[in-house]
Design a protein around this ligand. Structure first.
Ligand code: SF4
Length: 252
């Protein structure tokens, strides 16, 4: 896409989270996984993405400097598992150790995204109660089928802070008025990469309308590479996908 602006200019503060990749590898779970960047990237270096293994950065949040201080400062937002799923089956044998790290660093906030809400209840630690205050779980719902399947499960889980991610947004989604104050925010974004499917701005705005009606936060994260607005399709370069979404200025 050229340098034109799809939306008026706005400014926004940006979070600078750290990344904690506990394990690598995954299995394609649903339509949103079709062009998964993990598979794309691994294929280039001959790695089999279906093999799940613990990474060398597993203990990162509790690592200390030579003075005995934690290397990661208090209050940092930590994105977990960005080349896997925190609740994937193969990680069952490592997850209790991961929960112990999360428990020890109660001063950090851990953010995890999953397409496997049906596994969460059996993967929680024994002292979870109504949820750890320093954990946000975000469940991906990329189309109507996966929303109908995952939303009731996700809504019923004891998690202090829950978000929904519609990314890559593949079609118009009706939440059937099942979102509410239990859900902090719905995050919407298009698909990136050379094979990106179209994301229509009308679908984005329709999700925003539902969030507004039901008192749920909303964040338009990025347009994706192939973005339709007012019937016209734009090819949006990677570096402009987030800025263009910010320019829409439709967050709630
Ligand atoms: S769940 Fe996420 S990491 Fe796993 S295959 Fe799907 S998109 Fe990729």
């Amino acid at each position: 896409m050229a340098e034109q602006s799809l939306f008026p200019e706005i400014g926004e503060a940006r979070l600078k989270p750290q990344l904690w990749n506990l394990w690598h590898g995954c299995h394609k779970k649903s339509e949103g996984c079709a062009h998964c960047y993990v598979y794309r990237r691994d294929a280039k270096i001959g790695v089999d993405s279906d093999i799940v293994h613990k990474t060398s950065s597993f203990g990162m949040p509790t690592s200390r400097d030579r003075y005995g201080n934690y290397k990661i400062p208090s209050g940092t937002l930590i994105f977990t598992c960005f080349t896997s799923d925190f609740f994937i089956e193969e990680a069952d044998k490592w997850r209790n150790e991961a929960w112990a790290i999360i428990r020890e660093r109660a001063d950090l906030h851990f953010y995890m995204v999953t397409k496997r809400p049906e596994r969460i209840a059996t993967c929680l630690p024994t002292d979870w109660g109504n949820g750890y205050a320093n954990v946000t779980v975000s469940c991906t719902m990329e189309n109507q089928k996966r929303t109908d399947e995952r939303l009731p499960i996700f809504a019923s889980l004891p998690i202090v802070r829950k978000e929904i991610i519609c990314e890559p947004l593949l079609e118009r989604i009706d939440f059937r008025r099942q979102i509410g104050h239990w859900c902090s925010k719905v995050i919407v974004g298009g698909e990136s990469g050379p094979e990106a499917r179209t994301c229509d701005y009308a679908w984005v705005v329709d999700i925003r309308r539902q969030c507004l009606e039901l008192g749920v936060g909303f964040h338009f994260k990025q347009t994706g590479a192939k973005f339709r607005k007012d019937g016209r399709i734009y090819q949006v370069p990677r570096q402009l996908q987030q800025p263009q979404a910010r320019k829409a200025n439709i967050d709630l």
